[in-house]
Design a protein around this ligand. Structure first.
Ligand code: PLP
Length: 443
C-alpha cells in the first residue's frame, strides 16, 4: 500500500535505493547517472564520507536548538565561511530551511530595509522576469514568472514582470550582432510605469534554471541592471538558489558579471542535499539598517539555523573549496557543453544547447529553422526525460513550453565532482538516448 500524496499523481515513480558519487541506484539494482543532481542540489554527489561524518558527529552532540534562544558553533562557522566567499560587504547570513523560504525572506528583508532606513516606506513591489522561478510558496510564486503561477491566481501581489534575457528567442527580435541588451533596459521601463517609489527590489537568477533551461544573459546585462537599480534606489536580489556554491563555475554565478548584489538567496548547493537548508546573505549596510532601526527581522522558521544542517553545510562548503570544485565545474562544464553541442545539435529536433559551467540546458523544437515548438499536448520534455532514464541518465525537465510559445527543455546539472571520463560516459549515453528518441517521434 502506498499512502504518499505524490506531486504528480498520474506519474510512475522509481524507488531509489542508494547513491554513490554521481550515481543513483533503484531498488531493482539499476544504475543511473544523476545528471541533474536531483534538482541541481547534490553538488558533492551522493554518500560523501566527509559530509556523512560531519553529520553523524553533530547529531551525536545536538541536532536541534531553536534560534529564538540559541546560537551554535556550526552556524557561526558557516556564516564566517560564507562571508569569506562572497564579494563586497555581503557578510551577514540569515538561515532558513530551503530556497522558497530564502526568496520569501529576501522579499520581506527588502521591504523592511526601506522602512528601517527611512522611517517610512511605500516601497513594497519586487520586479522579476518572465521565465523565472523563485519558489513555490505563494509570495515566491508572485515573483516567479512561469506556469506554476497559473493554478494559484490571484497571487498575494501580482508583482510586475519584465522580459527574460532569452537570447535564443530574443523578446525584442534581436540577434547577437544587433543586441542592445534591451532586456536589461526593460527594467527601467517597468520602474517608470510602476513608479520607483513603490518598488523595493529587482530579483533575478543569474543563469535561469527551472523555468527556462539554463539561459545565460548577455555579458553586460547585470552591469546595466545594477546601474538602473542604483539610480532608482532599488535593491538587487540575486537568486542563487540553483547557481550558488560552484554550479556555474564560480562560487556565485553573479561573479562572472562582476556585479555585487545587495542580497543573495542560497539553498540547494549550500548543504548539497544532505540536510534541508537555505539562507539570505545580506550586505552589512542592510544588516546595520536593521540594527540601528527596530533591531529585529520578524521572520522565524522553526528549522532555520538548526545546528545539524549548519554542520552539514560547513563540511560541504569546506569540501567545495578544498577540492576547488567551482573550477572543476567550469572546466568539465566547458568540455561537456562543447561536446553536447557537437553531438546533439545535429539531431533535427534540437534547437539550442546552452549554459554555464555544469548548468546546461537543451531546448527541443519542431522546426530548427523557425524555432517552432512542439505542441504542448505532446509533452516532449517529459517524454525525453523518460527515454533518457531508460538509457541510465536522470535529467531535470523544465516547464518552458507550458504556453506553447517556447520549446520544450530540460536541465543538465551533474554533481560538481564529475570527472572528464564520467562526462564522456554521460555524453555517449545522451547520444544513444537521443537516437532512440528520434526513432520514437519519427522524422
Ligand atoms: N529559487 C530558485 C532559483 C530555484 O531554482 C528554486 C528551486 O528550484 C527555488 C528558488 C525554490 O527552492 P526550494 O525548492 O528549495 O524551495
Amino acid at each position: 500500500m502506498d499512502n504518499v500524496f505524490y506531486r504528480n499523481i498520474k506519474k510512475e515513480y522509481t524507488e531509489v535505493d542508494r547513491g554513490e558519487g554521481i550515481y543513483l541506484y533503484d531498488t531493482d539494482g539499476n544504475r543511473y547517472i544523476d545528471a541533474c543532481s536531483g534538482a541541481a542540489v547534490s553538488n558533492l554527489g551522493h554518500a560523501h564520507p566527509k559530509v556523512l561524518k560531519a553529520m553523524a558527529d553533530q547529531a551525536e552532540k545536538v541536532a536541534f536548538s531553536h534560534l529564538s534562544r540559541w546560537t551554535s558553533a556550526p552556524i557561526k562557522e558557516l556564516a564566517n565561511l560564507v562571508a569569506g566567499l562572497t564579494p563586497g560587504s555581503l557578510n551577514k547570513l540569515y538561515l532558513v530551511s530551503g530556497g522558497s523560504e530564502a526568496t520569501e525572506a529576501a522579499l520581506k528583508m527588502a521591504r523592511q530595509y526601506f522602512l528601517e532606513r527611512d522611517g517610512k516606506s511605500g516601497k513594497y513591489k519586487v520586479i522579476s522576469r518572465w521565465k523565472s522561478y523563485h519558489g513555490n510558496t505563494i509570495g515566491a510564486l508572485s515573483m516567479t514568472g512561469d506556469k506554476r503561477r497559473k493554478k494559484y491566481a490571484p497571487l498575494l501581489l501580482d508583482f510586475p514582470h519584465i522580459a527574460p534575457a532569452y537570447c535564443y528567442r530574443c523578446p525584442f527580435g534581436r540577434n547577437p550582432d544587433t543586441c542592445g541588451v534591451d532586456c536589461a533596459y526593460d527594467l527601467e521601463r517597468a520602474l517608470k510605469m510602476e513608479g520607483s517609489d513603490t518598488v523595493a527590489a529587482f530579483i533575478a537568477e543569474p543563469v535561469g534554471g527551472a523555468a527556462c533551461g539554463a539561459i545565460v544573459p548577455h555579458k553586460d546585462y547585470f552591469r546595466i541592471v545594477r546601474q538602473i537599480c542604483d539610480h532608482y534606489d532599488i535593491l538587487v536580489i540575486d537568486d542563487e538558489v540553483m547557481t550558488g556554491f560552484g554550479r556555474t563555475g564560480a562560487m556565485f554565478a553573479m561573479e562572472d558579471w562582476d556585479v555585487v548584489p545587495d542580497l543573495i538567496c542560497a539553498a540547494k548547493g549550500m548543504s548539497a542535499g544532505y540536510s534541508p537548508l537555505g539562507g539570505v546573505i545580506a550586505k552589512d549596510e542592510i544588516y546595520n539598517a536593521f540594527k540601528q532601526g527596530s533591531g529585529a527581522f520578524v521572520h522565524g522558521h522553526t528549522y532555520g539555523g538548526n545546528p545539524l544542517s549548519a554542520a552539514v553545510a560547513v563540511a560541504v562548503v569546506r569540501t567545495l573549496v578544498e577540492q576547488n570544485l567551482a573550477a572543476n565545474s567550469r572546466n568539465v562544464g566547458e568540455y561537456l557543453l562543447t561536446q553536447l553541442r557537437e553531438r546533439l545539435l545535429p539531431f533535427w529536433f534540437v534547437g539550442d544547447v546552452r549554459g554555464k559551467g555544469l548548468m546546461q540546458g537543451v531546448e527541443l523544437v519542431k522546426s530548427k529553422a523557425t524555432k517552432e515548438p512542439f505542441p504542448v499536448y505532446l509533452g516532449i520534455a517529459e517524454k525525453i526525460t523518460v527515454t533518457l532514464m531508460k538509457h541510465g541518465i536522470i535529467v531535470y525537465p523544465g516547464s518552458g513550453n507550458a504556453d506553447g510559445e517556447n520549446g520544450d527543455q530540460f536541465l543538465l546539472a551533474p554533481p560538481l565532482i564529475i570527472t572528464k571520463d564520467q562526462a564522456d560516459e554521460l555524453i555517449e549515453a545522451m547520444v544513444s538516448g537521443f537516437a532512440d528518441f528520434e526513432q520514437q517521434i519519427g522524422i
